[in-house]
Each structure stands twice: as C-alpha cells, then as structure tokens.
Ligand binder design. Structure first.
Ligand code: ZN
Length: 197
C-alpha cells in the first residue's frame, strides 16, 4: 500500500500510545509535507530527549541533570515528600501551584498481574529518604485503583515506623487518574489529606 520508507514511518508512529492506523497515516503524511529542517528538528528532539533525560537521583522524577530542578530548589520544603506513581503526576501536582514540598516518584504501582513487584519500584530509596530525621511527613498520592490502593497500603506500612504518613483525599472515583483531575480538585485533595493507618 505504501512505499517502504513511508510504511516504516507509519509502523513506528503506530507504536505510540493512542495512535491508531488512521492517525499514524495522517501524522506520517503531515511529516512528509513539512520542510526538511522541521523534520530534522523533530528527529533530533526525539533522539536528544531519549539520550539526555534520565532520573533525578533523589526523587526519580525525569531530569536531564543528576538532581532535578525541584530537589535543587532551596525554597521548597524538603521535610515533606509527596509520593506519586509517575512523573506525569508530579507535573499534574506542580500545575496546582499549591504544593511546595518535595516528591518521590515510584516508577509505577505494584501489579502482580503485570509482574511488577515492589522490588521493581523505587520503594527502598523512599524508605531511606523517609528515615532521615529532617523528614516530617510523607503524603501518598497514588491514583485510586486496586493496584494503587495495594501500593499505598504496602508503602504506608513500611514508612509508618519512621515518619507521619498521610494520604491525599481524592474525591475521585476508583480508577480516577491523578493526571486527569483538574487543578482545583487536586489542590483540594492535597489540602484535605488525612493521616493513614
Ligand atoms: Zn528530584
């Protein structure tokens, strides 16, 4: 149907989340219409992002530097750590502008069905961080799903001996994603957090 280089482009685009065959075709044809410079810039941005973006060594948020801009910010309250599943959640919470503490990104949730056990998540580094005396509170802000709840309880039990553990008050339905909550809802959820266990 397509000449081979075009077929390969469509095939690669279709691997992206939310991109079906029709969208992949539309994107590919659009890319071909763009000036060569634009296409170069796109390809280079993909390669550079993949090469340069890693994880903050303190909080595991995506960062091109060894320590991310949030951990490196002296004005943030490092005594409070908000624990989230994914870097997308950090971005969602940052958009509220209501939270001024630190974060810890787990890199997913415990999901035995998908073969994701606690060892595959950044849980041990979290316990190490939380056991430092200057840490006063950990806020668990993991989206409410079966796996999310399991992860929350698992982590809460590990953190409890060291630090105050609170959970964000979602007011979201089960399966509701942090990422899709609007900023006001998220800010309220943070403010209404309650002590866990
Ligand atoms: Zn960081």
């Amino acid at each position: 149907m397509y000449t081979p280089p075009l077929a390969r482009l469509i095939e690669q685009l279709q691997k992206l989340p939310g991109v079906g065959p029709k969208t992949a075709q539309r994107l590919a044809l659009h890319i071909l219409k763009r000036p060569e410079d634009d296409v170069q810039a796109l390809a280079q941005a993909l390669i550079n992002a993949k090469k340069q973006v890693g994880f903050c060594r303190i909080c595991f948020h995506l960062s091109a530097e060894p320590v991310c801009s949030i951990c490196g910010d002296r004005n943030r309250d490092k005594a409070i750590i908000c624990v989230v599943a994914d870097s997308r959640d950090v971005i969602a919470l940052e958009k509220t502008r209501e939270y001024h503490g630190a974060y810890h990104v787990l890199g997913g949730v415990i999901s035995p069905m998908d073969g994701i056990g606690p060892d595959l998540l950044n849980i041990q580094p979290l316990i190490r961080r939380a056991s430092q005396t200057e840490i006063q509170e950990t806020i668990l802000a993991i989206s409410p799903s079966i796996e999310g709840e399991t992860t929350t309880l698992y982590i809460a039990q590990l953190l409890k001996p060291f630090v105050k553990v609170t959970q964000i008050a979602f007011g979201l339905p089960m399966g509701g994603d942090l990422e899709y909550a609007d900023e006001v809802t998220l800010a309220r959820a943070l403010e209404g957090r309650r002590e866990l266990l």
